[in-house]
Ligand binder design. Structure first.
Ligand code: XMP
Length: 188
């Protein structure tokens, strides 16, 4: 862990704040879906949403199933999106079901736009989206999330499932990285 921590710049969202917000999101989701009276299918977008979804789903009291999608936008050590690529899917039957897509972060909206379109084609009874983080970027406005944990500035973040070069996912807090690692993101 020492080798990893020296590259962290600062803690942006500490674990306790995350836990509190996840509880509130889960309460809201439970309430909204109680009204529709049916069970749901959760679709976390892997790999980044893995930890968020694991915490969130343990706070949801309704019956639910899981569908999985793996999408990659930041191959290797890139901190600039290369555009979303669908790597794998294991969605199960979504037709006529209430679907909740779960993602770690809404940035340009490319990933959620792709996934929302893909799921919508399967004719779910309803389709909602929950993201833990939403970056303040103009382009994202075209893609909407029904539930948002935190609005954050346009900085590259890692931890709590989010990665840099597939590292840092196991950090319990959401952090920013040292400028040395994020230098690619600072270029115009
Ligand atoms: P888009 O631009 O498609 O981005 O909305 C969403 C996906 O890109 C990844 N992403 C990040 N991953 N730190 C990360 O570790 C970030 O700051 C970041 N911004 C975007 C993430 O996988 C997300 O699902």
């Amino acid at each position: 862990m020492a080798a990893m921590s020296h590259q962290i710049d600062q803690v942006l969202i500490p674990r306790r704040r995350i836990a509190r917000r996840v509880r509130h999101l889960a309460a809201q989701i439970t309430l909204d879906h109680q009204q529709s009276g049916a069970e749901i299918t959760l679709v976390p977008i892997l790999t980044g949403a893995m930890i968020f979804c694991a915490d969130l789903m343990r706070r949801l009291s309704m019956r639910l199933k899981m569908g999985l999608l793996t999408v990659s936008s930041y191959p290797g050590s890139s901190v600039r999106s290369q555009g979303p690529a669908l790597l794998a899917q294991q969605l199960g039957e979504l037709t006529g079901r209430h679907v909740l897509i779960v993602d770690d972060i809404l940035d340009s909206g490319g990933t959620l736009g792709l996934v929302q379109g893909l799921v919508a084609e399967l004719k779910p009874a309803s389709l909602r989206t929950c993201v833990l983080l939403r970056k303040q970027r103009a382009l994202q406005r075209t893609v909407k999330a029904d539930y948002v944990g935190f609005d954050i500035p346009d900085v590259f973040v890692a931890g709590y499932g989010l990665d840099y070069d597939n590292y840092y996912r196991n950090l319990p807090d959401i952090v920013t990285l040292r400028p040395m690692m994020a230098r690619e993101a600072q270029q115009p």
